[in-house]
Design a protein around this ligand. Structure first.
Ligand code: SAH
Length: 225
């Protein structure tokens, strides 16, 4: 009985992790230009404090990136919202791939919006923690894979959306090939010494790029760790 109660209060959050604190974050995101109500709703539903170390939970609803160990970070909520908005692109995708599971927060947001979410991570330690979080939150529409995400997830392609949450020098060809026609790839790309968040849409005859603005991400690395 006591045990049950504890789990419930953890999921709801108290004080700095309460629903009210989450709602204030959503108001900040709305003020800073996030318009897709579906995305804002998902942000209110996902307890971000459960995706960071307990010592940082009081800062979980600030609009900032936070360390998650292994020299990686959980992205700033505004960036998560912006990338999610870009990948939904006013449509209802059925199948989305994320490269760079990290804490699992971005995948959890997507899991509230898309029927099937595939996510790939190259650091086993992070993937184990993320898997536990998905389980605890009952998110059973997230499929995870320990692999180098440069190669995407060929056996599950094509995807209506692909999101890369680490920065690349060049857009991996495999990811472009795994996009469905009409699908969108959202990826931070280094251009002239600066990272730009690019959206690339696959059309009947090729690819259309849109620059969504300057960003700061950890690098997309090769191989497994
Ligand atoms: N989306 C994450 C934030 C990710 S930080 C979240 O919501 O918390 C970037 C992540 O990309 C890190 O976990 C890093 O290990 C991972 N990464 C970097 N290169 C990768 C690669 N080639 N394949 C898969 N994951 C990669």
């Amino acid at each position: 009985m006591i045990h049950k109660k504890k789990i419930r209060s953890e999921n709801r959050g108290i004080g700095m992790t309460s629903q009210g604190t989450r709602d204030r974050l959503v108001e900040t995101l709305r003020r800073e230009g996030i318009k897709d109500e579906r995305v804002l709703k998902a942000i209110t539903l996902v307890p971000r404090h459960q995706f960071v170390d307990e010592a940082l939970s009081s800062r979980a609803y600030e609009n900032t990136a936070l360390p998650i160990g292994q020299r990686q970070t959980i992205s700033q909520p505004w960036i998560v919202a912006r990338m999610t908005e870009a990948i939904l692109d006013g449509r209802q995708p059925e199948k989305v791939l994320e490269v760079g599971t990290g804490s699992g927060y971005q995948a959890a947001i997507l899991a509230h919006l898309v029927p099937r979410v595939f996510t790939v991570e190259r650091i086993d330690e992070l993937l184990k923690l993320a898997r536990r979080r998905f389980h605890n939150l009952g998110l059973n529409n997230i499929y995870i894979r320990y692999a180098d995400g440069h190669l995407g997830w060929a056996s599950q392609a094509p995807f209506d959306g692909i999101m890369v949450t680490a920065a690349t020098q060049t857009i991996p060809q495999e990811l472009l090939e795994q996009l469905a026609i009409g699908g969108v790839l959202v990826i931070p790309v280094e251009r002239r010494g600066q990272q730009r968040l690019m959206s690339v849409r696959r059309t009947e005859d090729g690819f259309e790029e849109t620059d969504l603005g300057g960003v700061i991400f950890v690098p997309l690395l090769s191989g497994l760790a």
